[in-house]
Design a protein around this ligand. Structure first.
Ligand SMILES: [Zn+2]
Length: 318
């Protein structure tokens, strides 16, 4: 748990903030749904169909589509799958990595919450690996599993929601870098750094990590507002990323995020409880929008690469 480093005006507020800022929670649900909504618009019909088939084989598929009363069930499942890796943090069927294992259920290779998969730890000053985050090693493994057309369906359908989720996490600067103090203590991607946030719509004080997680929009963003926001983000997103990048370049996305952690997220934040001023806030919002647009485009391209033509090859027997 992050530590309240400052004396807050009310203990209750502190508790609420702690609850709202569990370490390494990553983009909030809005960030993950927006990334998925953009990716869905970018994917071709055969990739959407292949994604839909894999997600339909996931044990939680019925839960995902239960909320969607109308519309495309494959799209509804895709949006819900994007937040599944965070949803299981509050799901009693699953257990934390350091807890006794909960009962195994059909279709799940294990019932662990795998909190370490959401982040990678790199020192802000010299980029060295530190901590126990597994994001950088998990992404390539999940890509391999999803892309292996001969692998057992349960393995692929379990891996796909993780992959959808972690592509977005890899684009959050504070998911891949931490600042260390002179004694060598990490602030865990800004979870240990409290900031004053006069421009946040709801909270005046929070951790830097929670502030960044919340930038994409309110976590309850769904429906028409989500669709409108995704359309606007996609329209404004810079096309494509780095020249010549390959669709599976997770290390490249993480390196970009690390650089943004240095040049934007931690820039000009000195002392205890620094204030997020208007200039910082606007830059952080701009960066977030660009990262989500890019994550959506890259997720689409990645899934096209891993799954595109899946149904064609099956139908034609090739
Ligand atoms: Zn996450």
């Amino acid at each position: 748990m992050p530590i309240c480093r400052r004396r807050l005006r009310a203990g209750l507020l502190c508790l609420l903030l702690l609850a709202a800022s569990a370490p390494a929670s990553a983009w909030n649900a809005a960030g993950h749904r927006l990334t998925a909504a953009i990716a869905w618009r970018e994917m071709g019909a055969s990739t959407r169909a292949a994604v839909g088939r894999l997600l339909a084989a996931h044990p939680d598929h019925a839960r995902w589509i239960a909320r969607a009363r109308e519309g495309d069930a494959d799209y509804a499942a895709f949006l819900a799958a994007a937040t599944w890796a965070d949803d299981i943090k509050r799901d009693k069927r699953f257990h934390d990595d350091d807890e006794a294992a909960t009962a195994g259920l059909a279709g799940f290779p294990d019932m662990a919450r795998h909190r370490r998969w959401h982040h990678a730890d790199h020192r802000l000053d010299d980029g060295r690996r530190t901590g126990n985050g597994e994001l950088d090693s998990r992404l390539p493994r999940l890509m391999r599993t999803v892309g292996q057309r001969r692998a057992p369906m349960p393995e692929r359908s379990y891996a796909l929601p993780w992959l959808i989720h972690l592509v977005a996490d890899a684009h959050q600067p504070l998911h891949v870098a931490s600042r260390h103090n002179d004694a060598g203590d990490s602030d865990d991607g800004g979870n240990g750094l409290w900031v004053e946030t006069p421009h946040h719509p709801r909270l005046r004080e929070m951790t830097l990590h929670a502030y960044w997680d919340d930038l994409p929009g309110p976590p309850w963003l769904r429906g028409e507002r989500l669709e409108a926001a995704a359309t606007a983000l996609r329209r404004a997103a810079p096309a494509g990323g780095r020249a010549g990048e390959v669709a599976t370049d997770a290390a490249g996305w993480i390196a970009e995020s690390r650089e943004l952690a240095r040049s934007v997220a931690y820039a000009d934040l000195d002392g205890e409880a620094p204030v997020i001023d208007e200039h910082y806030h606007e830059r952080a919002l701009r960066t977030t929008k660009a990262r989500i647009g890019l994550a959506g485009q890259r997720l689409a391209r990645l899934l096209e690469t891993l799954l595109g033509g899946d149904d064609v090859s099956r139908e034609t027997g090739r």
